[in-house]
Design a protein around this ligand. Structure first.
Ligand SMILES: N[C@@H](CCC(=O)N[C@@H](CS)C(=O)NCC(=O)O)C(=O)O
Length: 217
């Protein structure tokens, strides 16, 4: 149901929702935040997005954005104070797109197999981890050349990919910290310590119809 403010259905720990919240927070666009429980999604969400994933952003005109990348793009189109979004059609835009595609289409399924290895007993967890490490190596090579994935300043690719690297590292932080990817570790730690990240990780009770949802940011 459309209201005065955009409504964001979100799940705190979901990496797709984290990147959407980071982009919204950065853009300064105020939304009503409705925290959901994945196994008990509210009827209001299912009514506007039957595919039943989060994040979902419902705009005041009733338009529904059901993909985290669309939500990020929408937020940055409203306000992009530090130029996270490369010029549309530029080589930088193509590079960002390509890297985020690699994260979403290739790395994310490997992350899931590593994180939930007991559900995929065909191989041990370390095997799935090694599959994911190829992407970590790619990121490490980039970060050897500059502080951010695509150059000298933070951009959409950093924010879109960071929550997934965080999850990968969290599976076994001791292993991650003992590994050779110093630049990737510094990049991850920098983002983990950023106010932007802590601001979007506040805990809220699940939204129920009639309950008052927090405004965000
Ligand atoms: N392509 C979607 C993926 C979103 C997604 O898979 N979200 C997960 C949570 S991290 C979800 O809602 N899963 C539904 C479920 O587990 O029931 C996006 O980028 O927004």
């Amino acid at each position: 149901m459309a209201g005065e403010l955009p409504v964001l259905y979100s799940f705190r720990r979901c990496p797709f929702a984290i990147r959407a919240r980071m982009a919204l927070y950065y853009s300064g666009v105020r939304v009503e935040l409705r925290e959901v429980v994945l196994r008990d999604m509210p009827r209001e969400l299912l009514a506007c997005s039957p595919k039943a994933t989060v994040p979902v952003l419902v705009l005041p005109d009733g338009a529904v954005l059901e993909e985290s990348r669309d939500i990020m793009d929408w937020a940055l189109a409203q306000h992009d104070p530090e130029g996270w979004r490369p010029q549309p059609g530029s080589a930088d835009a193509a590079a960002a797109q390509c890297l985020i595609d690699a994260n979403d289409n290739d790395f994310k399924p490997r992350l899931d197999r590593y994180k939930y290895a007991e559900r995929y007993p065909e191989q041990p967890a370390a095997w799935y981890r090694a599959q994911g490490e190829r992407f970590l190596d790619d990121l490490e090579r980039r970060l050897e050349c500059h502080d951010w994935l695509l150059g000298g300043r933070m951009g959409i690719a950093d924010v879109a990919i960071f929550p997934f690297i965080r999850q990968f590292a969290l599976v076994d932080r001791v292993w991650f910290d003992a590994g050779p990817r110093v630049n990737l570790r510094n990049w991850l730690d920098g983002l983990l310590q950023a106010e932007l990240f802590s601001a979007v990780m506040c805990k809220y009770p699940p939204w129920r119809r009639g309950s008052c949802a927090p405004l965000f940011p």
